[in-house]
Design a protein around this ligand. Structure first.
Ligand SMILES: [Zn+2]
Length: 211
């Protein structure tokens, strides 16, 4: 079930336009047995099958799979170790989010969707080379105890959630927010929301929205 989730999520990421070719990577944790399922390194998302998925323990031991795991193996594991409530990690290379990653700037929660889903600004992690333990540490640090997304300097974005749908929702909202912020800054000075307004909307989305 989790292997299929990763295969399907790879296609979902490709079709979302948040990543091109083989960049980006995805993982999920089964809260039932704590095993982590990851995309393989450098394989086309539209051809990956369940046999290509790599399964690992939280300590990094590969327990199943014939492929080499994603190069960002340490980043995924680091997040699961630091955040027990997180069961899905989606790392993408989206166009507008990366503009702020190149600037080493945070993206403020300046629209409804961002306030409700992101709950505050999305920070940019300090620069580290791809695939390194330093990048994993920088990412975990930028996410802190409660953030659901961060930027990787000169590299991409990381979105996390209690399940895969939540991680994808965050990834999409982050990229939309980045696009609006970049274009607003290009033609004027964006008006930001107060943190109290963001808090109100974040709480509203959790407790009073929907049926
Ligand atoms: Zn990457």
């Amino acid at each position: 079930m989790y292997k299929k989730l990763i295969v399907d999520s790879g296609k979902r990421m490709l079709n979302s336009g948040l990543t091109v070719e083989t960049w980006g990577n995805i993982s999920a944790r089964d809260p039932g047995n704590s095993l982590i399922y990851l995309t393989p390194s450098g394989m086309a998302y539209d051809t990956i099958c369940e046999d290509d998925i790599v399964t690992a323990n939280i300590d990094g031991t590969i327990v199943d799979g014939k492929r080499r795991p994603t190069v960002e193996f340490e980043l995924h594991l680091g997040i699961y170790r630091a955040r027990p409530e997180i069961n899905a990690v989606v790392h993408t290379h989206p166009l507008y989010s990366q503009i702020f990653g190149v600037l080493h700037e945070s993206i403020p929660a300046l629209i409804d969707e961002a306030a409700q889903v992101l709950g505050g600004e999305v920070r940019c992690a300090r620069y580290a080379l791809p695939g390194t333990r330093e990048l994993a540490e920088a990412c975990v640090e930028a996410l802190g105890k409660s953030a659901c997304a961060c930027l990787l300097a000169n590299h991409g974005a990381v979105s996390i959630g209690g399940d895969m749908n939540a991680a994808f929702r965050t990834a999409k909202v982050l990229e939309m927010t980045a696009q609006i912020y970049a274009q607003a800054r290009a033609i004027g000075k964006p008006c930001l929301l107060e943190q109290s307004q963001i808090d109100y909307m974040y709480d509203f989305a959790r407790h009073r929205y929907g049926q």
